[in-house]
Ligand binder design. Structure first.
Ligand code: AMP
Length: 376
């Protein structure tokens, strides 16, 4: 199949991964008249499985038998991802059966490794925090001996929601922190004194002008996104900067994101998180080639949500507008916070999303609320 061929409504779209991002993606696909087949750890009993036409579970360590993969590939016209750590070998097996995966494995390989994504960002002129790549001998080192001050030691692979990272003091031996991270290859980053964190999401498809969303201004607690806000047009970032400076920062972040997506030749979505320094410098933090938590409020606040745009991109349908007609804040519900929200059902201008997760919920994202305003 050529990468510009239109996949028509009525077709079945595949999703790899079955969490909340897949759930919202499947619902956007259904709205456009597609059916969804999902492969993930939970199968039918998962946030995505609950709302999909076909859902099956893969085995431990993302094991997928040839028989199961054949069944999945016989159904789907194209495959999307909702988790970037899909084993590249699995993506290649799907492609070898003639089914495109969007974005391609070359993009996923970069997103799976902090060193590769920093190198990709730098190659298109985006600044990153100072860092050192460390694979061995960390025990005797300190951040200071590596010419860094206080820092964060992060695993090169498999980190998410603040997991796979430990803060370290400048003079402290890295031994303990590295042991906590199971002595795997790591990157030591300087602890950035940022004014705020923002993210931008871009949708890209061959032959179409990319659509960008953002900036979302993000607040993390213990490494997990807690709130994401899209301010009304003309409002400066958290009041930290004069309006003119704020606008320049936003334009720089948008340009950085679209250049990186073009460099990686993304067919689908790319989200990039940035640190904004007190002098307005924008530093690359990390990227994700999929719908992003900070963009959930695009469902309520934009003409076309990030989820619908991803479906349009992979099916080569014309993009919808990514403009905001409203502004607001998304608040993530963690663990059992969902149970305390009964009173909020009575408040106006809020929108609830609960993901139907089962089992141990402590610290997990179980839903989100969007508080939004229409007077842009
Ligand atoms: P990450 O998974 O790398 O995006 O880290 C999660 C969150 O931890 C970020 O959004 C920041 O709030 C914080 N963080 C990560 N790296 C740094 C850093 N180098 N300096 C300061 N804060 C950081």
């Amino acid at each position: 199949m050529s990468n510009t061929q239109v996949i028509k409504p009525g077709s079945t779209l595949g999703i790899l991964g079955d969490g909340q991002l897949g759930r919202m993606l499947a619902m956007a696909a259904a709205q456009l008249g597609y059916k969804v087949a999902v492969l993930g750890p939970g199968g039918r009993e998962s946030p995505t499985g609950h709302v999909s036409y076909w859902a099956k579970a893969w085995g431990p360590n993302v094991e997928v038998s040839e028989e199961l993969l054949d069944e999945f590939c016989a159904l789907v016209s194209v495959v999307m991802i909702e988790w970037e750590n899909i084993p590249i070998a699995l993506v290649e097996r799907i492609k070898n059966k003639g089914i495109p995966v969007r974005p391609d494995s070359s993009v996923l390989a970069v997103a799976q490794d902090r060193m590769l994504e920093k190198a990709a960002a730098q190659s298109v002129g985006i600044k990153t925090p100072h860092y050192k790549h460390l694979e061995w001998g960390l025990g005797i080192l300190t951040a200071k001996s590596l010419a860094l001050e206080d820092g964060i030691l992060k695993t090169c692979r498999d980190g998410y929601d603040g997991k796979g990272q430990v803060r370290v003091k400048a003079g402290e031996k890295l031994e303990k922190a590295w042991a906590q991270l199971k002595n795997v290859p790591c990157v030591l980053e300087e602890l950035v004194d940022f004014a705020c964190e923002i993210s931008i999401i871009v949708a890209r498809a061959p032959g179409q002008v990319p659509k960008t969303y953002g900036p979302f201004q993000n607040e993390h607690v213990n490494g997990i996104l807690k709130n994401a806000t899209k301010y009304a047009k003309g409002t400066s970032l958290l009041g930290y900067f004069w309006k003119e400076k704020s606008e320049q920062i936003v334009q720089n972040a948008i340009k950085a994101t679209t250049s990186l997506a073009a460099h990686l030749d993304v067919h689908g979505l790319l989200a990039v998180e940035f640190f904004v320094l007190h002098d307005g410098t924008v530093l690359f933090n990390e990227m994700a080639p999929r719908p992003h938590n900070s963009g959930h409020l695009t469902m309520e606040c934009c003409y076309t949500s990030q989820f619908e745009q991803y479906v349009r991109a992979v099916c080569n349908l014309p993009f919808g507008s990514s403009e905001f007609h409203s502004w607001g804040t998304m608040h993530n519900l963690l663990g059992d916070e969902e149970g305390e929200l009964q009173s909020l059902y009575h408040s106006e201008r809020t929108s609830f999303h609960l993901y139907g997760k089962k089992g141990e919920k402590t610290g997990r994202k179980t839903g989100h609320v969007v508080y939004y305003r229409i007077d842009t």
